[in-house]
Design a protein around this ligand. Structure first.
Ligand code: MLT
Length: 270
């Protein structure tokens, strides 16, 4: 399915009927990230999984900040007629986007799942390195980023096919999409205050061998959030829903099942 925003066609999948769960993938990935999880959610959930602007099958279009991605998500929910607050699931850069949506429109978010991500901003050195990588991607293409990420995304014992498949997806992300995402990540603000202010349930998921967002980042978010549980998934690196889809889905199902019921108007019954 697709919708248009600010001159770009943005693609997404919608699966199931019930209460909305919005899945946001990381950098420079695609909605395929959730393919092993969505079918395992069970009945009662409407899973919405977009390709972020400049990723997967979505047009590149103008991206300048995390705000652009977050505004795309809000527009997608409007397009789908989804006025109920969603369970918002974001992995890595998808977590940065999720926190941006919470910062701007917390009322649209019923509960938050932050997987393999962090709430801190980049250091100045990290931000400079990302901007330099963005310059290189515009000149050389996405291949070298895909090679680098493919080496770091997975648990050391992950099957070679996983690395090959995801390298291919990342290398297929258009250079402008990769570069814009890098610049958006470099400019993102710290989100700890946003997390501290969010008073609804939060699930934090980490991979035991995540080389990109280590378990310590997850623990820091758990300490900051008011109402958070932390699950560390064994046998996984950075891509928990791909490396351990059954375990990820089981953890998510447990969290969804624990949420307070919502009233027809979308507000929690409490
Ligand atoms: C991601 O996986 O989305 C990114 O690698 C996150 C990051 O670089 O901070």
């Amino acid at each position: 399915m697709e919708y248009e925003r600010a001159g770009s066609m943005l693609r997404h999948d919608v699966q199931g009927d019930g209460e909305p769960v919005l899945f946001v993938h990381g950098f420079p990935l695609s909605r395929e990230l959730w393919a092993g999880v969505v079918p395992r959610l069970g009945p009662g959930w409407r899973a919405i999984a977009p390709d972020l602007r400049g990723h997967g099958e979505s047009d590149v279009g103008p991206v300048t900040s995390m705000q652009t991605y977050a505004a795309d998500l809000a527009a997608l929910l409007d397009h789908l007629g989804e006025s109920r607050p969603v369970v918002l699931v974001g992995l890595s850069m998808g977590g940065y986007v999720a926190l941006e949506l919470v910062r701007r429109q917390a009322e649209r978010v019923r509960a938050l799942v932050l997987a393999n991500t962090r709430a801190s901003r980049d250091s100045d050195e990290q931000a400079d390195a990302r901007r330099e990588t963005a310059r290189r991607v515009r000149a050389e293409g996405s291949g070298f980023v895909a090679d680098d990420m493919a080496r770091r995304l997975f648990h050391p014992e992950a099957p070679a096919e996983l690395r090959t498949r995801w390298r291919e997806i990342m290398a297929g992300t258009p250079p402008e999409g990769v570069a814009a995402a890098l610049e958006a990540m470099a400019a993102r603000p710290d989100s700890f205050d946003t997390l501290r202010a969010f008073d609804r349930p939060v699930l934090i998921v980490a991979g035991e061998a995540d080389a990109i967002t280590p378990v310590a980042d997850a623990e820091a978010m758990q300490r900051a959030a008011r109402n958070a549980t932390l699950e560390v998934i064994e046998g996984a690196g950075h891509l928990t829903p791909v490396e351990q889809p059954e375990r990820f889905a089981a953890v998510l199902r447990g969290f969804l099942g624990s949420l307070p019921a919502t009233q027809p108007g979308g507000r929690d019954r409490s």
